[in-house]
Design a binder for this molecule. Structure first.
Ligand SMILES: Cc1cc2nc3c(=O)[nH]c(=O)nc-3n(C[C@H](O)[C@H](O)[C@H](O)COP(=O)(O)OP(=O)(O)OC[C@H]3O[C@@H](n4cnc5c(N)ncnc54)[C@H](O)[C@@H]3O)c2cc1C
Length: 325
């Protein structure tokens, strides 16, 4: 790597899945990124995610490329036994005839279910295999990887503008999620609040989801060993991180209709996060002059985990290009 690139000062704003994944790629490319973030990884919206690979809830012309790349990386990490990542059998069904998303038929082990094999009341469904990510240990592993590759993490720093991040940097990568709304500022970023209920798992091993065409009506069960995460909710314009008892009760009720065994399961906790939703993911670079470059990587809505490695690869390629490597 040329000296200029290795000695360039690169700051990543944000320690959610977007910031950490980008920092891993930058650090493992020979740079020494410094992450500046208000919240530690475990306190981000990324930590609240379920998370199943599903690119449906983000828009961009490169979305499917990013999603495919991320699927491949997750599958490789699962095969290598990385904590927090597994490949699971997945089953999605609907009470009305809704076509599967276009990418579904390309997924490993994809097959449509016979009507007789569906639960009562369901008319269509399909099975596939997908990565499922237990976000808290996964984010910890990403942080460790950043540090092992020579990067640095600093938390508790609330930036009032991206200019502040340039105080000690030539290149700034903005991975601030919903924070981008004020930080950029970008009024196109809107909060879509999501809530999950964690219960003791009575024995479910596959990801199960009820598909509907009603926005905000999400019902799914994500198994993480002893823990089963029940979802979900989507309140547009709401950024309140306190769990709401009525939403939690409705989630448990809807999930119990699909998987009655959880009706009496012990509730272990609640998770709330903000999906940083935007008409389109913003992956862009801005030359600010004077050798300073700003790159954006935010606005992934409800699919940020599923796009994380693809986006990080694109951002890293741009940074290396800027630095002339
Ligand atoms: C309930 C729920 C379930 C979800 N399920 C899935 C799923 O199954 N699959 C999937 O792919 N996606 C899922 N998502 C979406 C996914 O979680 C998000 O798209 C993703 O976490 C966004 O990550 P991020 O790193 O961009 O933002 P965040 O995780 O929000 O991180 C932003 C970071 O920027 C920092 N920051 C912000 N503003 C500032 C500032 N001014 N100064 C300094 N630092 C700042 C924050 O402190 C934080 O460290 C889910 C989301 C929720 C809420």
């Amino acid at each position: 790597m040329p000296r200029r690139a290795a000695s360039s000062r690169v700051v990543v704003v944000g320690a959610g899945v977007s910031g950490l994944t980008t920092a891993v790629r930058l650090a493992e490319s020979g740079l020494r990124p410094r992450i500046l973030a208000q919240d530690r990884p475990a306190a981000t919206s990324s930590a609240a995610a379920g998370a199943i690979w599903d690119p449906t809830y983000a828009r961009h012309s490169r979305r499917d490329l990013w999603a495919t790349r991320t699927y491949e990386v997750f599958a490789a990490l699962a095969a290598a036994g990385l904590p927090g990542i597994r490949m699971v059998a997945a089953f999605e069904a609907s009470r009305r005839p809704i076509p599967p998303p276009p990418y579904a038929s390309h997924l490993p082990h994809y097959r449509e279910c016979d009507r007789e094999a569906l639960p009562d009341g369901f008319v269509s469904g399909y099975r596939y295999r997908a990565p499922i990510i237990d976000m808290v240990p996964y984010l910890r592993t990403l942080s460790d990887r950043v540090v092992a590759a020579g990067g640095e993490l600093q938390f508790g720093i609330r930036l009032r503008s991206l200019q502040e991040a340039f105080a000690d940097a030539d290149v700034v990568v903005n991975c601030s999620g919903f924070g981008a709304r004020d930080l950029v500022p970008d009024p196109d970023v809107v909060p879509v609040r999501g809530q999950l209920v964690a219960v003791r798992n009575p024995g479910l091993n596959e990801f199960v989801a009820e598909r509907t065409d009603v926005p905000g009506e999400l019902t799914y069960l994500l198994p993480h060993g002893e823990l089963l995460l029940l979802g979900g909710s989507a309140q547009t314009g709401d950024a309140d991180l306190r769990p709401a008892a009525d939403i939690a009760a409705a989630i448990v009720e809807r999930c119990s209709r699909i998987y009655p065994a959880i009706a009496g399961s012990e509730i272990l906790g609640h998770r709330v996060g903000i999906r940083p939703t935007r008409p389109e993911v913003r992956l862009a670079q801005v030359n600010l002059g004077g050798g300073r470059h700003l790159l954006h990587n935010y606005g992934h809505g409800g699919s940020g985990v599923s796009l994380s490695w693809g986006c990080a690869d694109d951002v890293t390629a741009s940074v290396l290009d800027i630095l002339g490597t």
